[in-house]
Design a protein around this ligand. Structure first.
Ligand code: TTP
Ligand code: MG
Length: 443
């Protein structure tokens, strides 16, 4: 049912009482491209592509909806986008401007609810549960936020439901400038027919494995035995099933509620070799970095924690000049901290890495991905694409911390296996998450 750009999974035209929790997911439409069209009025109504150069192996960051009509998409190789839409206007983009507008958007949303969880530069969950922090009907709040953001000159799409899962999926149903509302009690009706891939946490590989088992829709997924799902989602099987049933109860967590992002690993064999310890640190740091980026957080303080064989715990910290969310920026700091907590010959049982004192990232928009073809790590930004290690290219690049980290991680994986967590004899991953992170089901 659609009316005036809004889709309601309930009677249209009147607001029904809303019982229980209400969560919005606000997602800006074609964000970078919309800002470019805002700043360049002559580009409005035209295909605009923000991305790297086609002749430098660049990729598309995003593009305006006019360019999407030609089939151009985020993360597509720029040369392919150029073929699809030769007349598009190209720009490398202006990161600080996007960060500025993002900040303005978040400030607007804060006027409507104090419970906001920004999940990326252009997306935020907002708790608008009636009676909790606000009395206005959740649908009215969604409409007000949408109108208020439009005064900046860009648009957003909003999903509203009783859980983060529903809000996220709903936000994508009617883009651009759509509002999709799933009333309490209508969750299953909304979710059941959707393809499994729509569920947050189902990537390309999981989708394939589900399809191989004949699990195509979320209704199929919800009916599948948990033991079967364990083979695909491991310890997250139950959570995925609950999500498919619309039963996800993960709260909206303010970034400022999260004090630190950390990971610890308890080794079931003592480590004594410095090289081995450094490799393990880099592996844990990579995990912390991934989680920071996923949460849109960056911190000034880096902590290294170890537990000796006699169970004594030592920590060392350093506060940096800029907030970091990229392990390649703090790995060397961790290495420098190591002699403060560990001396050659000491046996070590536990290693932990943490990042805290969150603040604004110096550069927010890098995206890391693993190339599906050759497994190399790809760093994408509107300026282009970098690969570590670059495929089909002898390493002429100076040995940087970027490379040493990835190589160290690879070495650990070589030694302990890709899924070290599963090889309990060698390594036992405690994976303890401190502070409020344990509450954050998005992990
Ligand atoms: P998205 O919200 O995924 O995309 P979007 O806002 O451009 O379009 P939509 O209307 O579908 O929401 O991402 C937000 C911004 O993040 C996007 O404008 C550019 C950047 N980005 C990249 O740089 N590379 C990527 O691969 C993706 C997906 C996004
Ligand atoms: Mg968006």
């Amino acid at each position: 049912m659609t009316q005036g750009g809004s889709t309601f999974y309930a009677e249209v035209g009147m607001l029904l009482p809303w019982s229980g929790g209400a969560i919005l997911l606000v997602d800006l439409d074609a964000f970078f491209a919309s800002v470019e069209q805002l700043d360049h009025p002559e580009w409005r109504g035209k295909p605009v592509i923000v991305g790297g150069d086609a002749d430098k192996r660049g990729v598309v960051s995003t593009c305006s909806y006019e360019a999407r009509a030609f089939g151009v998409r985020s993360a597509m190789a720029s040369f392919q986008a150029r073929k699809l839409c030769p007349d598009a206007i190209w720009t490398h983009g202006n990161h600080s401007r996007y960060a500025e507008i993002s900040q303005q958007v978040m400030e607007i949303i804060q006027l409507y609810s104090p419970r906001i969880q920004q999940v990326s530069i252009d997306e935020a969950f907002v708790d608008v549960s009636p009676g909790h922090y606000v009395r206005t009907h959740p649908v009215t709040i969604a409409q007000k936020i949408q109108d208020h953001i439009a005064t900046l000159g860009i648009t957003c799409s909003i999903g509203l439901g009783t859980s983060k899962t529903i809000a996220k999926i709903a936000s994508d149903r009617d883009k651009p400038h759509g509002l999709t509302v799933v009333y309490p009690g209508r969750e299953l009706e909304f979710l059941a027919p959707l393809p499994v891939r729509d569920l947050s946490g189902v990537g390309r590989k999981a989708e394939q494995r589900l399809h191989d088992l004949g699990i195509i829709t979320l209704s199929d997924l919800a009916k599948t035995d948990e033991q079967v799902l364990k083979g695909i989602f491991g310890k997250n099987a139950q959570m995925m099933r609950e999500r498919a049933l619309g039963l996800d109860a993960t709260p909206v967590t303010n970034a400022r509620d999260v004090k630190s992002v950390s990971n610890e690993v308890t080794f079931s064999i003592n480590m004594i070799e410095q090289e081995e310890i450094k490799q393990a640190i880099s592996m844990i740091a990579a995990k912390v970095g991934r989680r920071l980026r996923r949460k849109g957080l960056a911190g000034y303080t880096v902590t290294l924690k170890i537990r000796h064989n006699d169970l004594s715990i030592r920590t060392a910290q350093r506060t940096l000049a800029t907030a970091v969310d990229d392990e390649r920026e703090f790995i060397d700091v961790l290495y420098e901290l190591l002699p403060e907590v560990w001396r050659a010959g000491d046996e070590l049982r536990l290693l932990g890495v943490g990042v805290s004192s969150f603040g604004a990232r110096k550069e927010q928009l890098r995206l890391f991905e693993t190339d599906e073809e050759d497994g190399s790590l790809v760093l994408r930004s509107p300026a282009g694409e970098e690969r570590y290690p670059p495929p089909h290219q002898p390493s002429g690049r100076p040995q940087s911390s970027k490379r040493s980290l990835i190589e160290a991680t690879d070495k650990v994986k070589d030694r302990f296996g890709e899924y070290a967590v599963r090889y309990g004899r060698e390594l036992r991953f405690d994976d303890r998450q401190t502070h409020t992170i344990a509450q954050d089901g998005d992990d």
